[in-house]
Design a protein around this ligand. Structure first.
Ligand code: BGC
Length: 517
């Protein structure tokens, strides 16, 4: 079967250890790093559809929006500066994730989280107090730095803390927090939009300080991961931590020995950035680039950033459009829970393939429904029942994303890099994600204006390509210990040619028994 390399986990390694309360709580705290990212994704779209905000900062857009009737529905929000407001954050996150790689490697994962939370906090204050566009944009850049640091460190932290068998579940805590952040933002926008005096947008932006406060304080209480402790030259502390997180009565000697081997190998690597270009890391490098690229090309952020704007375009009035964002936000959270409970049993591939197919069908239906009503002129009205059908299919699309590309876009890259290239690999993942988040945020309103309903077909085309890519090139990684992942590539029909026998050193027993089907 193409792409069907599956580590036969019954014959493979399975370190002893259970989900201790300690690991559970540290993972919950670390995952709150996802809240800041999610809050931000959800808040901008709502704020940019609020009239007092537009009047103050983007009067041109406000005036265009007031011109009812003949105005082309597809184009009423098309404005470069407005898009820059949304997207500047992602450029900042892109750049900062490279700095975060060094912090994560040299001083540990938790200090990256702390730095991220703190910078985000300052950005939130600046945004809430903004009097001009400059304050808005500088604030957003600081928020972006915060997101870059958090997204670089949190997924790696979770994957390193988790026992292999439950890694998917614990790692998806990050995505769950992202979706909770998005939903909280949608609810807050719904409430603050009702404030008659017109300062609701300030509250929306300033409340970003709450999730930032949570991760900033929370990170101070987090322990370092054993992997990071060993990497930084504290082998005894690492052993104690491993014991603590796997359970004091558990024999951790084998897992510990494997971590030491992984760390010794990683010490031979002087230049993680140059190293990741070596032939033997080609599969990981390919995934670090393609997975985040494809995740954004699903078009999800068209819905996440611009749901209120999109729904208004479809003829919903102000309040109703913010309400629709709450509905898609709820679907997003609940559908993510599906993946939390299935990812370690069904595996990553099944979720990717099912989710992709569901997104594809929904996008084609949404595009067609919009085409029928607005055609290419963009002039028309949607009756209530019709608009409800559009919302329904958008929800099916969001659900498909929420149990596939959403969580797996962060999980899979965080679990496939060997220690020596992990921070570098994760930075590539974050920065490619941010780059394409930026591109979509920046281009969507213009694309909608020019490609019209065809935009949905455009993303549907990409979903076809990425689903085929997964089917052919992504091996199953469920239940495979993170430092043994090389065996998975070695057993894959395509990637095996990049991995020499000498490249396979997996821990104390050299992977004995980690049979590959
Ligand atoms: C993506 C975000 C997206 C979110 C939606 C995340 O995994 O990286 O870009 O907005 O999921 O829930």
């Amino acid at each position: 079967m193409a792409g069907g390399a599956v580590v036969n986990t019954s014959g493979g390694k399975d370190y002893p250890g259970r989900l201790t309360i300690f690991v559970f709580f540290t993972c919950v705290v670390a995952a709150t790093g996802g809240l800041i990212f999610g809050y931000d994704i959800g808040i901008s779209g709502g704020v940019t559809s609020m009239n007092p905000f537009l009047k103050k900062f983007f009067p041109e857009v406000y005036n265009k929006k007031q011109m009812k009737g003949s105005a082309n529905q597809y184009c009423k929000y098309d404005n470069q500066l407005l898009q820059t407001f949304t997207s500047s954050l992602y450029l900042a996150a892109l750049v900062s994730s490279f700095f975060a790689a060094t912090v994560t490697r040299v001083v540990g994962r938790k200090w990256s989280m702390f730095t991220g939370g703190l910078t985000f906090l300052i950005g939130a204050a600046l945004n809430g107090a903004a009097e001009n566009i400059a304050m808005l944009i500088v604030g957003r850049i600081l928020l972006g730095v915060g997101v870059g640091f958090a997204n670089q460190s949190v997924p790696v932290y979770l994957s390193e803390m988790a026992p292999a068998r439950l890694r998917g579940m614990l790692n998806i805590g990050f995505q769950l927090m992202i979706t909770i952040g998005i939903l909280a933002a949608a609810l807050i926008n719904y409430g603050t939009n009702k404030i008659k005096a017109g300062y609701g947008w300030r509250i929306s932006l300033a409340l970003a300080a709450v999730p930032a406060g949570i991760i900033t304080l929370g990170s101070l209480f987090l322990p370092d991961t054993p992997n990071s402790l060993i990497e930084r030259g504290h082998p005894e502390a690492a052993r104690r931590m491993l014991n603590r997180i796997r359970g004091s009565d558990v024999d951790i000697s084998e897992e510990y020995a494997d971590l030491v081997v992984a760390s010794e190998e990683s010490k031979l690597v002087q230049h993680p950035w140059r190293n990741i270009l070596q032939r033997k890391y080609r599969p990981q490098l390919t995934m670090a680039i393609m997975i985040p690229f494809f995740q954004q090309l699903t078009g999800i952020n068209v819905i996440m950033f611009y749901a209120p704007v999109l729904f208004e375009t479809l003829g919903f009035k102000g309040d109703a459009s913010l309400m629709s964002a709450v509905i898609t936000g709820l679907v997003n959270v609940f559908a993510t829970l599906v993946s939390v409970f299935t990812v370690d049993r069904l595996g990553r591939r099944k979720l990717f393939l099912q989710g992709g197919s569901q997104m594809l069908v929904s996008q084609l239906v949404v595009g067609t429904l919009i085409a029928v009503k607005f055609g290419t002129s963009g002039v028309g009205e949607m009756p209530k029942g019709y608009a409800a059908a559009v919302v329904l299919f958008i929800c099916l699309y969001v659900a498909g994303f929420a149990w596939s590309w959403g969580p797996l876009g962060w999980l899979v890259p965080s679990e496939i890099f060997p220690l020596e290239i992990r921070p570098a690999g994760q930075s590539i993942n974050v920065s490619v994600n941010m780059l394409f988040t930026f591109v979509i945020a920046q281009a969507f309103l213009t694309m909608l204006c020019h490609m019209k309903f065809g935009l949905f077909y455009f993303f549907a085309g990409w979903v076809v390509i990425m689903t085929v890519f997964i089917a052919l090139f992504l091996p199953e990684t469920k239940n495979v210990p993170i430092e043994e992942m090389v065996l998975v590539w070695k057993g894959h029909w395509f990637w095996r040619r990049y991995i020499g026998d000498a490249d396979v050193h997996v821990g104390a027993n050299n992977g004995k028994g980690a049979a590959i089907a």
